[in-house]
Design a protein around this ligand. Structure first.
Ligand code: SF4
Ligand code: SF4
Length: 56
């Protein structure tokens, strides 16, 4: 299962910088994970200051 970003996201961009698959993009003032690209590595979740990222 891919990781997902919740409404706790404050759009800081840390997760996008950490993602080795370039699966995270900015969308409507939040970040969004493309489930087709996400490889479930967890790096984004570790980098998120608001704990907005979790495995779905
Ligand atoms: S779990 Fe890994 S591959 Fe998936 S979005 Fe996060 S950093 Fe990218
Ligand atoms: S690291 Fe967390 S708060 Fe920052 S853009 Fe990503 S999901 Fe949003």
């Amino acid at each position: 299962m891919a990781y997902k970003i919740s409404e706790e996201c404050v759009n800081c961009g840390s997760c996008e910088d950490e993602c080795p698959e370039k699966a995270i993009i900015e969308k409507d003032n939040f970040r969004w994970i493309d489930p087709a690209k996400c490889k479930d590595c967890g790096s984004c979740a570790d980098a998120c200051p608001t704990e907005a990222i979790a495995q779905a």
